[in-house]
Design a protein around this ligand. Structure first.
Ligand code: SF4
Length: 283
């Protein structure tokens, strides 16, 4: 839930000189998306992809890059956009619908009573309940309408921050995977921007002139989960000048887990079941 007001340098429309950098940035993001796609098998032939578009920079970049990929990819797939309407009075999905129409992408709006939840359960980590609610309506819409994948706009910074939040506050080692099949097997979530940096996506959406649509939530910027995320963001920003490869290294680490050198007893149970060889191979 980014706050566009926090980006003063991007508050004005880009100049002609700034727009000259767009093709290079697009190429760089498209390459990252292509590499992630090849590595994690995100998009397959005949996929019907439902893209979550909140009206934030990441979701615009995702929709635009996927739509461009669709025209040149060797596999055939379709893209449709969906916006979850959280019910806040200030939220207006019309600008999202207008841009989708301009892009020629079918757009759906599905309601979720997040406003009521935020008003009645502010003490129960509302952001966690909110994301569960959003996921629930997305899963059910995708399943009912025959979509094979749900694409979300989480990026590398989201993956790294989630890893650190879970590690530092939640006592577990996990992040948002690039590809996740739901417990009942009915939905597959993909994160094609998982190797792209937030600052690049922010710049891309700005250069493309996409409207940033605020979700209208009164907790934006002040919930406990957001304050944890802010803390972790500050930690990364503090470390980055002295460890310039920090994000690349953390991305590498998330894909290079030495299972046998962790403390999870469930891994020991796997070994006892005769999976030593598999674990050995995994490191
Ligand atoms: S800030 Fe509001 S809209 Fe954003 S995740 Fe939290 S409850 Fe949901």
């Amino acid at each position: 839930m980014s706050n566009p007001c926090a980006l003063p340098s991007l508050a004005l429309p880009p100049t002609e000189a700034e727009l000259l950098g767009l093709p290079k940035l697009e190429k760089q993001l498209a390459r990252r998306l292509g590499d992630a796609n090849a590595t994690y098998k995100l998009i397959e032939d005949q996929d019907r992809i439902l893209v979550g578009v909140s009206g934030g920079k990441d979701s615009w970049a995702l929709l635009d890059l996927l739509e461009r990929l669709r025209h040149r990819a060797p596999v055939k797939f379709s893209v449709e956009a969906v916006t979850v309407d959280p019910g806040f009075p200030q939220f207006n999905p019309d600008p999202i619908a207008e841009v989708c129409e301009r892009l020629g992408v079918p757009h759906h709006v599905i309601p979720a009573p997040i406003d009521k939840m935020v008003r009645t359960k502010p003490e129960e980590l509302p952001c966690i309940i909110c994301s569960r609610l959003r996921r629930g309506v997305l899963y059910s819409f995708a399943k009912t309408h025959g979509f094979t994948k749900i694409a979300l706009g989480h990026h590398l910074d989201d993956l790294i921050e989630t890893l650190l939040i879970n590690l530092l506050f939640g006592g577990r080692l996990s992040t948002m995977p690039m590809r996740l099949v739901s417990d009942d097997g009915a939905n597959t979530v993909i994160r094609p921007l998982g190797t792209c940096e937030e600052k690049d996506l922010q710049r891309y959406a700005w250069l493309r002139g996409f409207p940033i649509v605020p979700c209208g939530c009164p907790l934006c910027g002040c919930s406990s989960l957001e304050s944890r995320r802010k803390q972790v963001k500050e930690l990364i920003a503090t470390l980055e000048p002295s460890i310039p490869q920090l994000k690349a290294s953390m991305l590498g680490a998330m894909g290079n887990v030495k299972l046998s050198h962790l403390l999870d007893l469930k891994l020991g149970a796997l070994q006892a079941q005769g999976m030593d060889e598999a674990l050995e191979r995994l490191g």
